[in-house]
Design a protein around this ligand. Sequence first.
Ligand code: IPE
Ligand code: IPE
Ligand code: MG
Length: 238
Amino acid sequence: MTTPHHIAIVMDGNGRWATRRLLPRVAGHKKGVDALRNCVKHCMERGVKVLTVFAFSSENWNRPAEEVSGLMELLALALAREVPQLQAEGVQLHFVGNREGLSDKVRAGLAQAEAATAGNQRLVFNVCFNYGGRWDIAQAAAALAARGEPITEGSLDRAMSLAHVGDPDLLVRTGGEQRISNFLLWQAAYSELYFSDKLWPDFDEAALDAAIADYAGRERRFGRTPEQLTAPRARRAA
Ligand code: IPE
Ligand code: IPE
Ligand code: MG
């Protein structure tokens, strides 16, 4: 079975999970952290090499102040609680997104966690926090302009915030919505899309396996014809 090398996930549905249980929305986000911990473990067991998750979007600042501060606290808490275990498991952590707007304490925590896990090789784990696909493209273009470099597909790609990994093979969204919500606009150009009705806190090992199995049945053509994909190598290059 073909396992995706890089899986990206829009972890959606925490709020509905909580609301259905008459709990505050932040309780759903807490459950979401548990689901993410399991997901990281399961990805490693399945041989996935890169996992990129959407934890807080540029637009999520528009939520009620109480929810935003709850999410910030959860990030700080998760940093303190989860990093030692991730380190022990061989996970290389990256925080991807605009760090302006985050508190000094959180920023220092992110940098510390990245430095501590930089040598790990088992799984590259990108947490997109205060991330937006449009922000990413704009920051890459601004960096090139500031250096006086020409803007090409290649130079933009190298300036993008996920330049340390290849593009996602599989992009999963839980929670039933079928939209990108300003996630990896540039990097998802050829990702296979998979939508699950499960709310993120309910997205368990079996659900991830179902997504991986679905991916294994896809034919990725990258613009070619089906015949080209089955033709011998020599002919394919012609
Ligand atoms: C996703 O769950 C997590 C974040 C956006 C932080 P939601 O909070 O969007 O959950 P729903 O979509 O309201 O159920
Ligand atoms: C996308 O979910 C962002 C994250 C999962 C972090 P949203 O719940 O914010 O997306 P919309 O608003 O429904 O498009
Ligand atoms: Mg949502």
